[in-house]
Design a protein. Structure first.
Length: 211
């Protein structure tokens, strides 16, 4: 069965929708817990930005690594411990702007790398489309967490969710509403007739059979 492939444009759309959803929250709300995550919304945003940033950096080299070697020190000693850290004094817009930046980086990289390119990921060495799908899912799943913590509403559109869901979660049902299905697949919700995924869920980064 043919499926719609995920592209850089989907990543840019995911970060743009997330930015739009987060902007109404006042700065004082960002110290609240980010939904089901065990951290504040500020910390969740740093986590999101670093995750999306990492997807771009893995595919950037002319010959991407397929080994799990730490080319960037993701957990530095001390605090803060991540490569990208939000300047809280600049307010939430600084973190939102960083998300738009790293999303744009992923979009640019995945759309210029050949389909044969591969780069390591703990859940399967991935192709450019896989990294585009990761950018979409990482952004939308944490958009849910952040808007839960900030007291905002958020629902990602089906036509954005469905291709990324099909790429990273081939075991997910294709006849259910994509948004609640993605929340189920990432351990954030229940889906009728399916066992709960819990916190130990994974996605399928490696290219799908037949790709």
């Amino acid at each position: 069965m043919s499926r719609t492939r995920v592209s850089g444009a989907d990543v840019e759309r995911a970060v743009a929708l997330t930015a739009e959803a987060l902007r109404p929250a006042p700065a004082g709300a960002w110290d609240a817990q980010a939904g089901p995550m065990d951290c504040s919304c500020w910390e969740a945003m740093d986590h999101l930005n670093n995750g999306v940033f990492s997807y771009a950096t893995r595919l950037v080299p002319p010959v991407p690594s397929v080994q799990a070697r730490p080319t960037i020190f993701w957990k530095r000693p001390g605090t803060p411990s991540l490569p990208l850290v939000t300047d809280r004094e600049a307010g939430p817009e600084a973190a939102i702007e960083a998300l738009l930046m790293v999303g744009g980086l992923v979009a640019a990289v995945v759309d210029t790398r050949p389909a044969t390119a591969r780069a390591w990921h703990i859940w399967g060495t991935a192709d450019p489309e896989g990294y585009a799908a990761m950018g979409v899912v990482e952004t939308l799943a944490h958009a849910f967490d952040l808007t839960q913590g900030l007291g905002l509403g958020f629902e990602a559109p089906a036509d954005l969710v469905a291709p990324a869901l099909a790429r990273l979660f081939p075991e997910a049902p294709a006849d259910t509403d994509p948004w609640p299905t993605l929340l189920w697949a990432t351990g954030r919700g229940e889906l009728e007739g399916r066992a709960s995924r819990g916190p130990d869920w994974t996605w399928h980064s490696a290219p799908l059979d037949g790709d």
